[in-house]
Design a protein around this ligand. Structure first.
Ligand SMILES: Cc1ncc(C[n+]2csc(CCOP(=O)(O)OP(=O)(O)O)c2C)c(N)n1
Ligand SMILES: [Mg+2]
Length: 357
């Protein structure tokens, strides 16, 4: 057995306080670019807080917070090419925003309005996926299509740590590896699958190890270190474009929220674990880095927060003023052409409504 192939590397650019551990590549060390990464993180954090308040006041139905995990989506969103295909799960709004999904569309989704998944400015990407791990198999199918069409693009798919316990995960990795399909798997290891902690999910030393049996190279990255995440995702995409082979990144982070607005994490998550995790959270670390390395000021920070909050508030107003979804319209956005079985279901639904009017 080749021992080396069973060793998983771990990538870090920032320490837990946000101090730079090694020099950044020159191409990245540009103030404007680094601020644009930070801006997407702040926007996502403020959207997240607002969405929870909207759920609490009955304006959206439910919501899955990505608090503390923003760096993963920001890295993915900024590193992908426009023509790559993103197959997200429900904590990926940072990447979705960066790729052109509108804030009000995400509110529509969580408000139960299927029009929110019919992105007006993002034709290629998939809606966020709530059924755990199913998106991984879809992603491999998409990667197959990209390869079949000789496109230089990558299917980027995300999932949680819990999803890696499902058969779909292993099936997807196996097929991507066996058929050499241009897929980037990114695991958001936030340590919890609702109330089930990581140590009860698996005996694998890391989640990245799970890729090795499928012949897929993998790396573990500090998922709260935006620089390490951005560089890892960018490098992986470039490598996949060159070799056509899949790769996997395990992003290690922590869920700083309830699982969703339907959950109460105080019933199973210790206050100490949460307090410890808060010390490593991505926004504070990145702000510290910008301050130390790029003379970022509190004044600039306040202005950025204000501008992002305004963007969020505007999206809430747009969402609240949208015309109501018509009955039956929720059938219309999954397929380009509705299959016959669903045409029948839609008709039956509309007939049923008429009977009850
Ligand atoms: C197929 C399926 N089974 C069960 C569920 C219920 N469920 C919702 S979230 C979740 C845990 C997912 O944990 P993880 O993959 O770690 O993602 P996280 O929510 O922590 O980001 C489960 C079991 C579901 N949505 N889909
Ligand atoms: Mg999880």
């Amino acid at each position: 057995m080749n021992k080396n192939s069973l060793t998983i590397g771990r990538s870090n650019y920032l320490d837990n306080n946000g101090t730079l551990l090694k020099a950044l590549p020159d191409s990245l060390n540009k103030r404007k670019f680094l601020i644009s990464l930070y801006q997407t993180m702040v926007l996502t954090r403020l959207f997240d807080e607002t969405a929870i308040n909207l759920q609490r006041t009955g304006i959206i139905g439910t919501y899955a917070s990505c608090r503390g995990q923003e760096a993963i989506g920001v890295a993915i969103g900024h590193a992908m090419l426009a023509d790559d295909v993103f197959i997200p799960y429900y904590r990926d709004i940072a990447a979705q925003f960066q790729r052109g999904v509108l804030l009000e569309e995400v509110l529509q989704y969580w408000g139960g309005d299927e029009r929110g998944s019919n992105f007006s400015q993002q034709a290629n990407d998939f809606p966020l996926c709530v059924p755990i791990a199913t998106q991984l198999c879809h992603a491999v199918g998409i990667a197959f299509a990209l390869k079949y069409q000789s496109k230089p693009n990558v299917a980027v798919v995300t999932c949680g740590d819990g999803a890696t316990s499902k058969g779909d995960f292993y099936e997807a990795l196996n097929m991507a590896g066996a058929m050499s399909l241009p897929t980037l798997f990114v695991i958001n290891n936030n340590q919890w699958a609702i109330s089930v902690p990581l140590e009860r999910q698996t005996a694998s030393p890391t989640l990245a190890h799970k890729a090795l049996a499928a012949g897929i190279s993998a790396v573990q990255v500090d998922g709260n270190d935006l620089l390490a995440m951005y560089i890892s995702v960018s490098d992986a995409l470039e490598q996949i474009r060159q070799t056509g082979k899949p790769l996997l990144i395990e992003a290690v982070t922590y869920r700083l929220s309830d699982h969703t607005t339907a959950d109460d994490a105080t019933r199973y998550m210790s206050q100490k674990a949460l307090d410890d995790a808060k010390q490593k959270e991505p926004l504070i670390r990145f702000k510290h880095f910008l301050t130390e390395q790029h003379s970022w000021t509190d004044k600039e920070d306040r202005a950025l927060y204000q501008q992002c909050q305004q963007q969020v508030d505007t999206s809430v107003e747009v969402y609240k003023n949208l015309p109501a979804q018509q009955p039956g319209e929720f059938f219309d956005y999954m397929y380009e052409q509705l299959p016959n079985s669903l045409v029948e279901q839609k008709q039956a639904f509309l007939d049923g409504l008429k009977r009850h009017e």
